[in-house]
Design a binder for this molecule. Structure first.
Ligand code: 4G3
Length: 249
């Protein structure tokens, strides 16, 4: 049998949280096809005390509990090799670098990705030497790092060859080329008085391409102008954007 192209590891106090997402739909199929594999590791199994304690109150006082460094570092050290360039050990926290599509594309080239999920107020600072990166999925706080880890795993897994059908390939996705997607239509041609744009029914491939590019640019201009600031536009894109500016003003 073929070995997985990418092995995911998740370190967590709540291993059960991963049962749902990995047993449904596309991730499930990718696991069954052995394209990817996922291993969930419980910090509790690396607790040092008789009472299996893994968390405690912060020195200096303050709210909540912190994961103790011992169980976290033992779990990580037992399952990772941070000197291996084909591995990445990712701390999941709101203080991390914002995770974007370009990160997913880079991480999808690795052999083994580990996600370290904290709960409560997070981790003891002394675990930092045992991870290679720190990511946040957005500027909001959740009860734990498990949902962000699942988001990142899903985002990376669908980039692995064979996980999604070639024709639904990510090449054309929003964010692939830094633009939002153009509007899509399927049957019927008319729905509650709303018509499918004529050009899409024309069979004129060049006109369809141009319309889609323009509507992608329009969406991005109206909803996410920040994405256009850093994007290098082609001559055609600059012309279309100028038309859009006139039409929208
Ligand atoms: C570490 C990540 C973990 C420190 C984790 C809180 C949101 C995200 C946690 C901490 C998280 C995110 C657990 N919430 N935006 N909660 O990716 O303060």
């Amino acid at each position: 049998m073929n070995s997985p192209l990418l092995h995911f590891q998740v370190f967590t106090l709540f291993p059960g949280m991963f049962n749902g997402p990995v047993s449904e739909s596309i991730l499930k199929k990718a696991l069954e096809k052995n394209i990817i594999s996922i291993e969930v590791i419980n910090f509790r199994d690396y607790a040092e005390s008789k009472h299996q304690t893994v968390d405690d109150t912060p020195f200096g006082g303050g709210q909540g509990m912190l994961l103790m460094p011992g169980p976290v570092v033992s779990a990580i050290e037992n399952h990772t090799d941070i000197t291996n360039p084909n591995e990445e050990v990712i701390l999941v926290s709101p203080q991390g670098k914002p995770f974007v599509q370009a990160d997913a594309i880079a991480l999808a080239k690795k052999k083994k990705l580990s996600f370290v999920c904290g709960h409560y107020e997070g981790f003891d600072e002394r675990i930092r030497d045992y991870v290679t990166a720190e990511y946040s999925i957005g500027d909001y706080v959740l009860t734990g790092g498990e949902l962000p880890a699942m988001v990142m795993i899903d985002c990376i897994a669908r980039l692995i060859p064979g996980v999604i059908k070639e024709e639904d390939s990510y090449i054309e996705d929003s964010f692939y080329d830094g633009l939002l997607e153009y509007p899509h239509y399927t049957k019927p041609r008319e729905y509650r008085g709303k018509q499918v744009p004529e050009v899409l029914l024309s069979g004129h491939h060049e006109n369809i391409r141009k319309w889609r590019l323009k509507e992608s640019l329009r969406r991005t201009f109206l909803r996410r102008p920040d994405l256009l600031e850093n994007k290098i536009l082609s001559e055609e894109e600059r012309r279309l954007l100028e038309e859009i500016r006139n039409e929208e003003s």
